[in-house]
Design a protein around this ligand. Structure first.
Ligand code: C2O
Ligand code: CU
Length: 473
């Protein structure tokens, strides 16, 4: 069973009428097509997380907003983003889910040196796939993402799709004090890292606890779900709505009804939904987050205006991205045993080449997790393959906790879970695993370079759940 944390969200509002619709957050954002790079500057910022509360929160943000600006680009067209580091510590930007040129992947000390305070770095790349992606630092990300550094990255399809609105739902949790100040002291707490991670107590969507989407009856909306939290799995429910799933982690899938609710959205995962606003709807339709603490309205569609005829048909499939199809039969198999954490059985692991007892790992290295008996990044990769090789990664979660396993530079098809073939084999770049889950995921290793593979619960990553693989040309 998943360890479900019971949360009482700081409740700034009860969705009573009269709260203004401040943050319906549609596309497009910053267009990035011209030859001038778009500047992204992470720096300290002071923001209102709740528009109905005067108090502000000191965070770190790209260009003074959290989430950072919505970046949009077209598939197959080159983009340029210039990172200007306005922080007092080094940083980088990683373009999560983009099958990117390795030297633009933004992993500090693996694909580039960290960008020091005051320094800059130009990211220039051509996104090969349309879909819903995001960006965040890949240096001390357990701190930098928690403080507010993350933003949506939308790669548009070649042709406009049949939606009345294209909406972003970037959900995040913040750990705040009762006066809404950012809880700094809990950053880096090994106790959190050995459990579910550093969970927040204030929920925002698109940087606000008061997000409403203005819609009219009968409209068909694309809703791009993305989880920017550093640890929390959100359990999302859509009462009175019957959404379709049309893409997972950016990659299109055959449209299917979301029947398995709540939808579990792991850290860093994305789902593109199609939401049809009923013709007879009025008022607020909530998107709820469900924990043991109860049901909480995370955001709402505010329905008003004249009705338009609803599309009484399934949404069309999005045009496919061209990913090479893996063949499990000819794949190299790579076991990946995940161990450690609280209530785990791991007694020791290899740290810096030496076997170390778990208490000593925790005390002297802040490490409590391991992959295949090794804690943290070492000189040797988990696997090294020639470009074009088919690979099946056999994840085994021998821990008492959920994890969100992320591979860089590639998407993998989840073939099976716990020995059963997956009903739908979606492409994922981030695979949510329940305690004791076994997952087989297949990919064609066709993107040369050094790629990270880690848990996207960023405290878990920092505390040992981190490795890498290499694709050699
Ligand atoms: Cu979203 Cu290695 O990161
Ligand atoms: Cu994890």
């Amino acid at each position: 069973m998943a360890k479900n944390c019971s949360t009482r969200w700081i409740n700034r509002r009860e969705f009573l009428g009269g709260v203004s619709a401040l943050s319906a957050f549609g596309l497009p954002g910053i267009a990035a097509a011209s030859s001038l790079p778009t500047i992204l500057k992470p720096e300290p910022a002071r923001v209102h997380l709740f528009s109905d509360d005067e108090r502000q929160t000191d965070i770190w943000a790209y260009n003074q907003t959290a989430p950072g600006p919505t970046l949009t680009a077209k598939r197959g067209e080159q983009v340029q983003f210039r990172l200007e580091n306005g922080l007092q510590q080094a940083t980088t930007i990683h373009w999560h889910g983009i099958r990117i040129d390795n030297k633009m992947d933004g992993v500090a000390n693996m694909t580039q040196p960290p960008v020091e305070p005051g320094g800059q770095f130009d990211y220039v790349f051509t996104p090969p796939d349309a879909g819903t992606y995001w960006y965040h630092p890949h240096f001390k990300s357990w701190e930098q993402v928690a403080r507010g550094l993350s933003g949506p990255l939308i790669i548009e399809e070649d042709e406009p799709q049949d939606f009345d609105q294209d909406l972003i739902f970037a959900i995040d949790d913040w750990r705040l004090q009762q006066d809404l100040s950012f809880d700094e002291r809990s950053l880096g707490n090994l106790g959190d890292w050995a459990h579910a991670g550093r969970l927040g107590n204030a929920l925002t969507v698109n940087g606000s606890g008061n997000t409403r989407y203005d819609v009219s009856p009968g409209q068909r909306c694309r809703l791009r779900l993305m989880n920017f939290a550093t640890a929390r799995v959100f359990n999302l429910d859509f009462p009175k709505l019957e959404p379709w799933i049309i893409a997972v982690d950016g990659q299109p899938t055959e449209p299917r009804r979301l029947t398995d609710t709540p939808l579990m959205l792991g850290p860093a995962q994305r789902y593109d939904l199609v939401v049809d606003i009923p013709e007879d709807a009025a008022g607020d339709l909530y998107i709820d987050e469900i924990t043991r603490g109860g049901r909480f309205g995370a955001a709402a569609f505010t329905v008003s205006g004249p009705a338009q005829p609803a599309r009484n048909r399934a949404p069309a499939a999005l045009p496919p991205n061209n990913l090479a199809e893996p063949d499990a039969a000819k794949a190299q198999r790579v076991p990946l045993l995940m161990e450690g954490g609280a209530m785990g059985r791991m007694a020791s692991a290899i740290v810096d080449g030496k076997q170390m007892e778990i208490r000593e790992m925790a005390r002297s290295k802040k490490l409590v997790w391991a992959f295949n008996g090794i804690a943290g990044i070492i000189g040797d990769p988990l696997f090294r393959v020639e470009r074009g090789r088919h690979v099946v990664i056999e994840f085994e979660n021998r821990t008492s906790w959920q994890h969100a396993m992320h591979l860089h530079g590639h998407h993998a098809r989840v073939n099976s879970r716990n020995g059963k073939p997956a009903a739908v084999q979606d492409w994922n770049d981030t695979i949510l695993m329940q305690p004791n889950d076994r997952v087989e995921a297949a990919l064609v290793a066709d993107n040369p370079g050094k790629w990270m593979l880690h848990c996207h619960m960023l405290g878990h990553q920092a505390a040992g759940m981190s490795t890498w693989f290499e694709v050699v040309a």
